[in-house]
Design a protein around this ligand. Structure first.
Ligand code: GLN
Length: 447
């Protein structure tokens, strides 16, 4: 059914970079055989899944939508891929993204732009735009994405699906190609909240192969979906409704508060005073970490090597010049500058300190409230090509999603209505660290 649907819509949506029909049919046949032999059904038995192309898959091409990794066939599976196999889902293929997860529209893919299934003139968001579009178009049952500054939640909002960024450390990053290691987190994109709980259940948990993986007890996320939010205290930060947030987005999100009220929850306006520094802090820290992480692409160890080099330095220079796209180069240069001696204290160290202040804002609010509610993105999806030459405007789209990554807390985006352009609007619910249960429970009750 998944491949039939792909045959129908993929030409228009262009969500995939690699399809693995043979592998998927082999896995499905194997699962049938195990079941016939009396085996038990796994948690995600037979469900067709798509994976963002920065999650490594043994023997299956993994490009990060970069020319640099255009020929890269990993020799191992990411921990999440192993866990999905244990849960018996079926991998259909690898999904498009902004190159190395840098971007918010999918237009930074080195290969092609994915389209928003609601209207093909519009972007699906990013960087996990292929993941969101594939779920929205019904090509896969669920997808995995990664979220460094909003890359699961923003495309989920633009495509009218559910996207969950788990607490930093809840899901293993082993086998996720690193962008900004202190911010990156893998999570599900699904059609509804219950599905998100199932997928999270399958992929969460400690992994000794990720040194930042948390040693926490994994609760039963599925039984947390009681439908009951009576007495839940919701904080609504005034900074998240400021300039740049469209009036239609504001009113859809405000209307959602009425729904929560009718379900017996209460809400109050609060302040997260350091919000205005989040974008600058994020783009310094994420670029700094990226410049360090991407130093491994030297034309020797991974991917494509320039054919136009006759000494070692030229191998590095030409491979990197040819292999990386403009946005990736921009981040590497910004990050290298911010980390260089003489500037480190003024930029990187300062940004780390502001990160702490942003985290403290959240800690204070969570002393008195269970959840924080806001829009996921300031606007609905924009048109292809509309912002592509304007990186600063593109960066500002992330203002409502970035603070969550800086603080390491979980957040979900769920659909909360349609704008007059016919495109979906996303509602964001943020929770305490490792309290995905409350986030999921509230999202599920709202839905
Ligand atoms: N749009 C943000 C960026 O370009 C977020 C990306 C992400 O979460 N991977 O960095």
């Amino acid at each position: 059914a998944s491949f039939a649907r792909i045959a129908e819509v993929e030409e228009r949506v262009k969500a995939f970079l690699t399809l693995d029909e043979e592998g998927a049919r082999r896995t499905a046949a194997e699962l049938d055989k195990q079941l016939a032999a009396g085996g038990e059904r796994g948690l995600l038995f037979g469900l067709p899944a798509g994976l963002k192309d920065n999650i490594v898959t043994e023997g299956l091409r993994t490009t990060c939508a970069s020319r640099f990794l255009g020929n890269y066939d990993p020799i191992y599976d990411a921990t999440v891929v192993r866990k999905l196999k244990d849960a018996q889902s079926v991998t259909i293929g690898k999904l498009n993204m902004d190159e190395f997860a840098m971007g918010g529209s999918n237009e930074n893919s080195a290969f092609h732009a994915t389209r928003n299934p609601w209207n093909a003139d519009y972007v699906p968001g990013g960087s996990s735009g292929g993941s969101a579009a594939a779920v929205a178009a019904g090509e896969v049952y669920f997808a995995l994405g990664s979220d460094t500054g909003g890359s699961i939640r923003q495309p989920a909002a633009y495509c009218g699906v559910v996207g969950l960024k788990p607490t930093y450390g809840l899901v293993s990053r082993f086998g996720l190609v690193a962008f900004a290691s202190s911010l990156d987190q893998i999570g599900p994109l699904t059609k509804n909240v219950e599905d998100a709980a199932y997928v999270l259940q399958a992929i969460a948990g400690h992994d000794e192969r990720d040194s930042t993986s948390a040693q926490v007890r994994i609760p039963d996320y599925i039984s947390a979906l009681t439908g009951d939010v009576k007495g839940l205290r919701i904080a609504v930060p005034k900074e998240y409704f400021g300039e740049g947030v469209s009036s239609e987005v504001k009113s859809a999100v405000q209307a959602s508060l009425k729904v929560f009220e009718s379900l017996g929850a209460t809400w109050e306006e609060v302040s997260l005073p350091h919000t205005e520094y989040a974008v600058a802090t994020y783009y310094l820290l994420a670029s700094s970490e990226a410049s360090s992480n991407l130093a491994r692409y030297d034309g020797v160890r991974y991917g494509v090597r320039s054919s136009d080099a006759d000494n070692l330095l030229d191998v590095y220079l030409n491979s990197r010049s040819e292999g990386f796209g403009p946005e990736v180069k921009r981040r590497i240069m910004l990050g290298t500058y911010a980390l260089s001696s003489g500037y480190y204290d003024a930029y990187y160290l300062k940004a780390q300190k502001v990160r702490t202040l942003i985290k403290r804002d959240f800690d204070q609010v969570f002393e008195n409230y269970d959840l924080i509610l806001s829009p996921t993105a300031p606007t609905t999806a924009f048109k292809l090509g509309e912002q592509v030459d304007d990186p600063l405007t593109m960066y500002l789209n992330d203002i409502l999603t970035i603070p969550v990554n800086l603080a390491g807390i979980p957040a979900i985006s769920i659909p909360c209505g349609l704008a007059s352009n016919g495109l979906p609007i996303g509602l964001q619910l943020m929770g305490r660290a490792f309290d995905e249960s409350t986030v999921l429970r509230a999202a599920h009750a709202f839905e």
